[in-house]
Design a binder for this molecule. Structure first.
Ligand SMILES: [Zn+2]
Length: 99
């Protein structure tokens, strides 16, 4: 059996035409919920521990997008370096102001 149309996703994400942005919009919810299941099934934790699910959401998202968009890794690396440089500059400004 072959799909004739791409399966529809309900809500705002169905209107996003760019696949990367659509995946990005869905990934937050999906990976967060998977994080809860990892927390309950593997770590035997409490379902209401949101920080644990958020940590898994971040780790799963990074893993997924690194594998999916490996060819953009130099760009992501550049953004990471620039972000760290800005944070270091902010920290230095704060230290200079405080004396
Ligand atoms: Zn949650």
């Amino acid at each position: 059996m072959q799909w004739k149309k791409t399966p529809r996703v309900s809500g705002a994400t169905s209107r996003v035409k760019i696949p990367f942005l659509r995946e990005l919009a869905l990934s937050e919810t999906v990976f967060h919920e998977v994080g809860h299941h990892i927390q309950i099934g593997i770590l035997k934790g409490n379902y209401k521990q949101e920080p644990v699910a958020e940590k898994w959401e971040t780790e799963l998202s990074v893993s997924y997008f690194v594998r999916r968009l490996w060819y953009l890794s130099p760009l992501f690396f550049l953004v990471l370096i620039i972000g760290r440089a800005f944070r270091a500059l902010k920290r230095m400004k704060r230290q200079i102001r405080s004396g």
